[in-house]
Design a protein around this ligand. Structure first.
Ligand code: SF4
Length: 333
């Protein structure tokens, strides 16, 4: 009676197609104005169990990300679909069409214990296509109904659109928004994060969320050596974060692993060949040496103290009757 259209492929079927014919085999993928292709898929599970992280569950309604940050640790996950970690990570996006329904069913199970969920670990849940599909919004509504707390990371100011449902979730279970703003330096932003909103636009979104009573702060992650690591750039960034009323700030130095490493080093060789020898030395392993990381972290800590973003000051404010803040040691990188 009703034409439901052809069944959407699963992510495994997509991987098989790409394996045989490259991304050109995705003939149903819709090309939109941003020149990215969007392939709808169906998922069997929305909740993803992880191990060895400070959280046990993740949620990612999309795979791939048109923000296209060159350092993105999620690039390496694209190879699971036989897609490459370079152009295809930012231009072939998998959209899990049935994500909200599947999530709602999983959250409804009596066995679900309402553990905290990390939202957006392998994609940005507020990349532009969310304006069309609203899978992130639908998920937050389902999470509020199921009284399940989340921490959500994004670079997308579109998160402000969902302040109403984030308020519902905050009341029902708890919710923290981690806005990723590695630096406010315009040159580093243009070079490293080509598809993202301006850093100050992201900070204005933090201000709006905090004003709406949502626990929102900033992750300066990743700090990229030679691009955003100078004391002067760190200070400008920490000051801007404080000026925009963020309730916390965390930081982390870039790490390079697997496909992300391959992509980033190719990018450096193409755009900044003179920096490559220093990078090869600094990144002989996945992380730069401890001494370097500690130096950067100590610098940020000093600046956090200076601009009132340290945990003790927040505690004093809390004891003075203000809302309880949260200092983040966000360790998923
Ligand atoms: S916004 Fe996040 S998920 Fe998207 S490319 Fe940048 S780092 Fe990766």
């Amino acid at each position: 009676m009703f034409d439901l259209g052809p069944r959407k492929p699963t992510t495994r079927e997509i991987a098989d197609r790409v394996k045989q014919g490259g991304s050109a085999a995705l003939t149903e993928a819709e090309r939109r104005a941003d020149q990215a292709r969007y392939q709808e898929v169906i998922c069997r599970s929305a909740l993803n169990r992880v191990q060895g992280m400070p959280f046990n569950w993740t949620l990612n309604p999309y795979r791939g990300c048109t923000h296209g940050c060159h350092y993105c640790f999620a690039r390496r996950y694209h190879v699971q679909f036989e897609l490459n970690t370079d152009d295809e990570f930012a231009s072939v996006i998998l959209v899990k069409r049935n994500f909200v329904d599947v999530l709602a069913r999983q959250l409804d199970r009596p066995a679900w214990t309402r553990e905290n969920i990390a939202f957006g670990t392998a994609t940005d849940p507020y990349q532009p296509i969310e304006g069309h599909y609203k899978l992130t919004r639908g998920s937050i509504e389902a999470l509020a109904r199921a009284r399940t707390p989340i921490g959500l990371i994004t670079k997308g100011p579109m998160v402000v659109r969902d302040a109403d449902v984030l308020q519902d979730l905050s009341r029902a279970a708890g919710c923290t928004i981690y806005m990723s703003v590695p630096t406010v330096d315009e040159e580093a932003w243009r070079i490293l994060e080509p598809g993202t909103a301006h850093p100050l636009q992201r900070l204005r979104a933090v201000r709006q969320l905090v004003d709406a009573g949502i626990n929102a702060g900033v992750l300066m992650a990743p700090i990229v050596p030679g691009f955003s690591s100078s004391r002067q750039k760190l200070e400008r960034t920490v000051k801007a974060i404080a000026d925009h009323g963020a309730r916390f700030a965390g930081c982390n130095v870039m790490y390079l692993q697997d496909g992300t490493r391959t992509h980033f080093m190719k990018f450096m060789e193409r755009e900044f060949p003179a920096m490559v020898p220093r990078y090869e030395k600094l990144y002989a392993k996945k992380y730069p040496p401890d001494a370097y990381r500690k130096e950067v972290q100590a610098m940020v800590k000093t600046l956090q103290d200076r601009y009132g973003l340290n945990p003790r000051e927040h505690k004093e404010k809390t004891e003075a009757g203000l809302q309880e803040p949260e200092q983040v040691g966000f360790a998923w990188k």
